[in-house]
Ligand binder design. Structure first.
Ligand SMILES: *Cc1c(COP(=O)(O)O)cnc(C)c1O
Length: 369
C-alpha cells in the first residue's frame, strides 16, 4: 500500500467509550443534570490527583481563568503579566476582568514565560502573573512563584494543556491557582469544561461564589458573579476520563520518546521538544521547530496524510482584536520567531508504532522538500 492510500493520522483524537456513555445515561436517569453531587465527586477526585486542598469545576478552561483572576480581585486598573505565545483565551480572560494584559517574551527552549522578563515588567499596577504550561511542558513555575511571593502578586497558572505535568516532582497547578480545560482535544475531556485547583481556602470560597452568580445564600447577591457552573453530565464524563488520564499521559510520553528517537535517527533538520531534567512534560502537543518553510512542510505532510497543527501562527499581541483594543504593544521577538517556526505533529495515545514510523518518515521527506 502506498502512503497516500493509508488512512490519515489526525492531529488529535478524543477517546470516549462505553464507560462514559453509561455514566452519562446514569446522570440523565437520575434527574440531577446541573451542578450537583457528581460535580462535587469529580472536584474531590481532581483535587486529589493534582494535590491541592480544593478544586472548583466550571464550564470551560476560559471560565476557570476568569473566575480565578476575579477570585484574586483582578479588575479594572490592574495589569496581569502573561505570554503572547498561547491560545487567545490566556489574554482575553484578563481583558474580560477589565484588566490589561502585559505581554513579556518566552524562553526559546521551552516556549514559556521568561522569569527575568516577568520581574522586569512588574509595575505598581501589576496584580497577577499568568504563566502558561504550553504544550504540557511546565513553565519555570518555582521561580515565578518566588517572584510572586516576594512582590505580593497572585499567580494564576494556565494549565489548560498540562493535566498531570510536574515541575521538580510537584504537579503544576499547585504553585498558584491552576486552571485546566476539558475541551475534547485536551489530555482528558468532559465535552466542554474546566476546573481550578487551589490550596487557599479563601480563594477557593470566592471561586465558588463567583461561579454561582455571586451568591453564598440563595438569592442574596453580595458579590459579582455569573453562571460558570459545570453540569453533572460533564462531571460524570470527567470522573471516567480522570481514571484513564495517567495511562494516556504515559502513552503520550512514550510516543514522544519514540517519535523523537525516529526523527533523530533520520537526522531530520528540526528542533525537537525538550523537557528540563526533573520535570514531567505530558505532551498535549509534540511541537517541533522548522527554521525554513514551515508552511510548505505542513502542506506536504497534509498531502502525505499526516494531520498537523500550528500552535500558534499569530502571537496574541498581533491579533487584530487585541491591537484594536489597545493591548498590542509588546517587544517579544522570541514569541514572534516561534510563531513562524512551530509545527505540532500527532502524539495522541492511540498512535501505533507504525503510525510513529510513518510520521517521522513523512516529516523527513517533507522537510527535505
Ligand atoms: C484550551 C485552552 C484554553 C481555553 O480552554 P477552553 O476550555 O477551550 O475554554 C486556555 N488556554 C490554553 C493555553 C488552552 O490551551
Amino acid at each position: 500500500m502506498t502512503a497516500a492510500a493509508l488512512p490519515a493520522i489526525p492531529i488529535a483524537k478524543p477517546l470516549v467509550g462505553d464507560e462514559e456513555k453509561r455514566a452519562v445515561i446514569e446522570v440523565l436517569e437520575s434527574g440531577q443534570l446541573a451542578q450537583g453531587s457528581r460535580t462535587e465527586a469529580f472536584e474531590s477526585a481532581f483535587a486529589r490527583y493534582i494535590g491541592t486542598k480544593h478544586a472548583i469545576a466550571v464550564n470551560s478552561g476560559t471560565a476557570a481563568l476568569i473566575v480565578a483572576l476575579q477570585a484574586y480581585g483582578v479588575g479594572p486598573g490592574d495589569e496581569v503579566i502573561t505570554t503572547p505565545f498561547s491560545f487567545i483565551a490566556t489574554a482575553t480572560s484578563i481583558i474580560a476582568c477589565g484588566a490589561k494584559p502585559i505581554f513579556v517574551d518566552i524562553t526559546a527552549d521551552d516556549f514559556n514565560l521568561d522569569p527575568a522578563l516577568v520581574e522586569a515588567a512588574i509595575t505598581p499596577r501589576t496584580k497577577a502573573v499568568m504563566p502558561v504550561h504550553l504544550y504540557g511542558n511546565p513553565a519555570r513555575i518555582d521561580t515565578l512563584k518566588a517572584i510572586c511571593d516576594r512582590r505580593g502578586l497572585a499567580l494564576v497558572e494556565d494549565a489548560c494543556q498540562a493535566h498531570g505535568a510536574e515541575h521538580q516532582g510537584r504537579r503544576v497547578g499547585t504553585f498558584g491557582a491552576g486552571c485546566y480545560s476539558f475541551y475534547p482535544t485536551k489530555n482528558m475531556t468532559t465535552g466542554e469544561g474546566g476546573i481550578i485547583t487551589v490550596d487557599d481556602d479563601e480563594v477557593a470560597r470566592r471561586c465558588r461564589i463567583i461561579r454561582n452568580h455571586g451568591q453564598e445564600r440563595r438569592y442574596y447577591h453580595e458579590h459579582f458573579g455569573l453562571n460558570w457552573r459545570m453540569t453533572d453530565l460533564s462531571a460524570a464524563i470527567g470522573q471516567v476520563q480522570l481514571g484513564h488520564l495517567e495511562t494516556w499521559n504515559e502513552a503520550r510520553i512514550r510516543n514522544a520518546a519514540a517519535l523523537s528517537e525516529r526523527i533523530r535517527a533520520l537526522e531530520v533538520p528540526v528542533t525537537l521538544p525538550s523537557c528540563r531534567p526533573g520535570d514531567r512534560h505530558v505532551f498535549h502537543q509534540f511541537t517541533v521547530r522548522i527554521a525554513n518553510d514551515r508552511d510548505g512542510v505542513q502542506q506536504r505532510l497534509q498531502a502525505a496524510g499526516i494531520g498537523t497543527g500550528i500552535h500558534y501562527p499569530i502571537p496574541i499581541h498581533e491579533q487584530p482584536i487585541i491591537k484594536e483594543m489597545g493591548f498590542g504593544e509588546a517587544s517579544v521577538p522570541l514569541s514572534e520567531q516561534a510563531a513562524r517556526e512551530v509545527l505540532s505533529l500527532p502524539i495522541h495515545p492511540s498512535l501505533t508504532p507504525a503510525d510513529i514510523d510513518r510520521i517521522a518518515t513523512a516529516l523527513d521527506a517533507a522537510v527535505r522538500g
